[in-house]
Design a protein around this ligand. Sequence first.
Ligand code: FAD
Ligand code: SF4
Length: 512
Amino acid sequence: LRSLVIVLGDQLDHDAAAFDDFDAAQDAVWMAEVAEESEHVWSSKPRIAMFLSAMRHFAAELRARGVTVHYTRLDDAGNAGSLAGELAAAIVRLRPAQLVMTAPGDYRVWQSIKRVAREQDRPLDVRDDRHFYATVRDFAAHAKGRKQLRLEYFYRELREKHGVLMRDGKPAGGQWNFDADNRQDFGKDGPGRHFPGPDFVPDAITRDVIALIESRFAAHPGSLQSFAWPVTRDQALEALQRFIDERLPKFGPYQDAMWKGEPWLYHSLLAAALNLKLLNPREVVAAAERAYEQGHAPLESVEGFIRQIIGWREYVRGIYWTRMPDYLESNALNATEPLPAWYWTGDTDMACLRDAITQTLTHGYAHHIQRLMVTGLYPLLLGVAPRQVHEWYLAVYVDAVEWVELPNVLGMSQYADGGLMASKPYVATGKYIERMGHYCKGCRYKPALKTGEQACPFTTLYWDFLMRHEALLSRNQRMALQVKNLARLSDEERAAIRAQATAIRASSSAPS
Ligand code: FAD
Ligand code: SF4
């Protein structure tokens, strides 16, 4: 065997660099399902199903093309249980002259594969991941010498370089950013319609995977009853087309809106397909750009969407790979509380959190503003250890892969990197959640109240957060207004907020 090409669960791309010189007569592919990848964090059933089903479909496609695939199934006898163990066994068995792979997305996996190659004394040819617009080297060059990193500049650089939404060297529509048009809520009457979610009926391969997970990972969180994610490239392309046709035109204005019982809204639902590499971001961006050119979708929606893909998605990858492994330990606010146990069940009286967590466990999905301003905001205000918040996010979402999850959780939502990723902590009271999502009507708490039996825990903890971090936050200009409002609180109010926050913490850490 000349080359053994390693294909990980988030590398399901027939055009990946690892296949550039692939010769079916001399080379073979190696893939493995191992328990470690579902257990190193307590992965939800939908997330495990997404990966295993997509991997099995990809292996079947390769075989149909005449490629030899050495594939270990989770329930194969003698499965070593870890990528390192399975890879080492395959090298001993197959004796390839070299190992080839596309650069992995996960630092931990990267370290373990390098170690196996070293121990087995095999050359490892690691190739750039062309899936992304920017290499990590591009990002490092952009970041070099800058005191502060900001998405906006990196995003503009990439749009110019790749000619995306550009007209004669200028941004289409004369401005780079349409955020001001893109912050609408649904008003008190709501979105006025119901939004369907993904509806790809599980085929025999997916049904096998579901049965395996139900027996092997029975105690893991989440449910598989409504699993309907795209697990093949063809399905992912269909999902892309459906998004462009049906939801992109209103994506922009409502990208920050929430509505009770409506998990999907105008979002694309494409993150898992992108992160597993079933879709290429260039084709996604091109489809959105085409919709603008054809007058199907307005510029603010198309720019708002493209900013997520060329902007945030590339930016967080750069942060991850230039900051690991130390980034994982970031804890700028010295937060040490445990994550409430009900994060794994959704069993809480807080209507917004109950809704967001329940849909997360049911579908492996929540949209951005739920992740940031509901499930992310609460542990930030409570003071939960960022590592525990990270482990929850990595476990529960079908699109969760560490390079994208970690900077979003530690940096953007928990401010654990001290402002590298976000220019200020995203903190708000329950009134923000009321305005953006209208959850509060059905809740036993009142978002305007800071103290007392009916006080919204978000609101109590918001004021407590400002008090606890007053010195740090008052040095941040973007927080000046929020910190200034603290001065309006009397000593008695401060003491009452503190006492109530302490009680919330005590009850949150109690076993449920
Ligand atoms: P849409 O709202 O339709 O957005 C379009 C696409 O843009 C997404 O599919 C995604 O590929 C990209 N995108 C949007 N926002 C971001 C962002 N902030 N960073 C990187 N890419 C972005 N995204 C993940 O892919 N995996 C994660 O594990 C993940 N964890 C997150 C954790 C927290 C605390 C937060 C605040 C955000 C997280 N995100 C993550 C980013 C974002 O919330 C999801 O990409 C998005 O909600 C996925 O749904 P969608 O495909 O419908 O996205
Ligand atoms: Fe959430 Fe507070 Fe509103 Fe209840 S009152 S839904 S806890 S924001």
